[in-house]
Design a protein around this ligand. Structure first.
Ligand code: SAH
Length: 210
């Protein structure tokens, strides 16, 4: 599937019905989602791989991974309503994704979910709660050898410090995340947030085969 086609298909993924500010529920816009996924595809991290989407929301990243030929895709999401929306979206697009209701901070989660070849995620940026992205990074590093995440522009340095000795940032791709007016505290109709897509390789990941 070509990048443009992926982007067009992902435009059809429905959004959050009642987005919750505290959970920073912002759906990744199709062009940005497609960009992350295509980048990961070119790196050989999607096709034929088991892919996990942490904080899968309405499923745009997970569904995109399935469209690009991932062998299996699982989404982890705390909000049952979002999981219901994601299930409906996967059915409409016609892909097979398993969405699981769970908290990434649940210590039992790695045992329950197991490992994946690749993690993809758009974690909360921590605008509502400082460091909200940390439990996502922690879980990602034990879940998969490679993680692609969307972060606020300028985060790379903080993430490098936070993951020192556990991961390396191998690549950084810039992008823009247009956030539409969603919550009452939003002042503009659309606010462009500069973001970066980071590819992290983990030294904490232990292969189940090892
Ligand atoms: N991945 C989706 C959603 C991004 S918004 C997309 O790219 O469009 C971040 C998502 O993380 C929200 O759906 C939110 O409900 C979820 N989330 C926030 N805290 C969480 C937690 N502790 N455990 C699991 N999911 C969480």
């Amino acid at each position: 599937m070509k990048l443009k086609h992926l982007e067009m298909t992902l435009q059809r993924v429905g959004g959050f019905v009642r987005p919750r500010a505290a959970l920073e529920q912002y759906q990744t816009p199709a062009p940005l989602a497609a960009r992350l996924l295509y980048h990961a595809l070119m790196k050989g991290d999607i096709e034929g791989k088991s892919v996990c989407d942490l904080g899968s929301g309405t499923g745009v990243l997970a569904i995109g991974a399935a469209l690009l030929g991932a062998a299996t895709v699982r989404g982890i999401e705390i909000d049952r309503n979002a999981v219901d929306a994601a299930d409906a979206n996967a059915a409409i697009i016609g892909v097979d994704v398993e969405f699981i209701v769970a908290d990434v901070q649940d210590a039992a989660l790695p045992g329950r979910v197991g490992t994946c070849d690749t993690v993809i995620m758009n974690p909360p940026f921590g605008a509502q709660r400082a460091h909200a992205d940390r439990p996502f990074i922690d879980l990602a590093l034990v879940t998969a050898p490679v993680t692609y995440g969307i972060f606020n522009a300028g985060s790379a340095q903080f993430i490098e410090t936070y993951t020192a000795g556990r991961a390396e940032i191998y690549e950084k791709v810039g992008g823009v995340f247009p956030i539409r007016r969603t919550f009452s505290f939003h002042k503009k109709d659309v606010q462009d947030i500069e973001v970066e897509i980071l590819r992290l390789t983990s030294s904490q990941y232990q292969s189940p085969m090892a």
